[in-house]
Design a protein around this ligand. Structure first.
Ligand code: ADP
Length: 401
């Protein structure tokens, strides 16, 4: 079964074509800077030469048309005809309370995604655009929307409600939704297979640490809490996002520093987090700077891992029968230092990292990094590579079947 997965951002379009029967990625790549003079396209396909192009793709439609022409190209392509595609799966960031599972897209679903725009003004419009463009170009192919929020729809009310007037929830949907659900779900399923624990019985804490970052507490295979909220700004310290702050800080910024709302929004989403503390947002750069004694970089790493540790402490109280901690995404999979800083001095809680195993994590496979444990008393600590696109492809397949 051949499934194309699309992830449309405001000026980007990521794509990955899967053959799920042979478990192969046939082609993948992205177009960046859509709408600008020099948009950049990258295309890679199984056993074919890689292809790059800089061209002014005016919009997502032009970008997708180019991707299709490459997929069908005699020399570089991997499809003979578009009819070989059995489905297109789309990443949609916000599904609100309406979309508790992925679903096949029709007019009603498009309307539902549009209704969610006030909650995700930056993400849902390009996701919707991607869907519409794909529906117009692949009119015969069924389209499926997979939501970042769905996996967390099992959170209980006391975890998802804010202590705000009820009307704001009832009428305007102000509540915590959580994001990265596709990734938390995928790595937890992978861990359950690896540990041979049925997914419905798995108790785990997942750490999705990439440019954006979130954690989830998973009880009996269901998300019962997660660190992101109504938007992806809440929770952990991220590359450029502040995560949790005193909600009164924006009042101060407006009152004393005369910032308007757009400026404050940009400050909290794009200029804060690791970047705000030390000027860099890539953990690789920050780790290097810290090694040579840069105090700001060291402080950034400390604040970053301290916040994660506090969430870990909170989630441990929710999961008395915890099976495993799961690290994933760019930082979670690759940063020995960050994992070590988070998990330091937790032996009293049955969390004991093996320094050597932590140092020698092999990329691309599931690894156990807890200390040797003959009595099986320690919590497993796993590094599990995430693959959101693959999860979207398999959810798409499940819906279409
Ligand atoms: P996104 O949230 O954009 O999908 P990723 O999950 O790819 O991001 O994570 C990107 C981040 O992962 C980078 O900003 C960097 O901090 C970190 N990262 C990537 N590779 C490494 C590495 N080898 N060592 C440490 N950190 C890494």
């Amino acid at each position: 079964m051949k499934i194309l997965v699309l992830n449309a951002g405001s000026s980007s379009l990521k794509y990955k074509l899967f053959d799920l029967d042979s478990n192969l990625v046939l082609a993948s790549g992205l177009v960046e800077k859509i709408g600008e003079e020099r948009a950049h396209l990258i295309y890679e396909a199984q056993n074919k030469e890689a292809y790059e192009e800089e061209a002014p793709f005016k919009n997502h439609k032009e970008a997708l048309e180019k991707i299709i022409s490459l997929l069908l190209d005699k020399k570089l392509g991997v499809l003979k005809s578009v009819s070989e595609l059995q489905g297109v799966g789309h990443r949609v960031v916000h599904g609100g309370e309406s979309f508790k599972t992925p679903c096949k897209v029709n007019e009603e679903v498009l309307k539902g995604i549009e209704n969610m725009i006030p909650l995700a003004p930056l993400h849902n419009p390009p996701n919707l655009e991607g869907l519409k463009v794909s529906m117009s170009l692949f009119s015969e192919v069924p389209q499926v929307a997979v939501f970042d929020t769905s996996f967390h729809q099992t959170m209980p009310k006391y975890a998802f409600r804010y202590a705000l007037p009820e009307e704001l929830y009832e009428k305007h949907g102000l509540r915590r939704y959580g994001f990265h659900g596709t990734s938390h779900h995928y790595v937890a399923k992978e861990a359950s297979k690896y540990l041979k624990i049925p997914f419905e019985k798995l108790n785990a804490i997942t750490f999705h640490l990439g440019n954006g970052g979130s954690m989830a507490a998973i009880k009996d295979g269901k998300s019962i809490d997660t660190s992101m909220g109504m938007t992806p700004l809440e929770g952990l310290v991220m590359g450029t996002r502040s995560g949790d702050i005193d909600p009164a800080i924006p009042f101060f910024l407006e009152r004393e520093l005369k910032m308007d709302l757009t400026t404050i929004d940009k400050l909290l989403n794009k200029k804060s987090g690791l970047k705000g503390i030390c000027g860099k947002n890539d953990i690789r750069d920050i780790s290097e700077l810290s090694k040579i004694g840069d105090e700001k970089a060291t402080l950034a790493l400390k604040i970053y891992s301290y916040r994660i540790k506090k969430y870990l402490g909170a989630y441990l109280t929710l999961l008395p029968n915890l099976d495993t901690l799961i690290f994933t995404a760019g930082i979670g999979e690759n940063s020995t230092l960050v994992r070590e800083m988070i998990l330091k001095d937790l032996n009293h809680l049955g969390i004991h990292l093996d320094q050597e195993k932590n140092k020698h994590v092999k990329r691309g496979t599931i690894q156990e990094i807890q200390a040797d444990d003959k009595e099986q008393k320690l919590t497993k600590i796993l590094v599990v590579p995430t693959d959101e696109e693959k999860e979207i492809a398999s959810q798409t397949k499940a819906i279409l079947n």
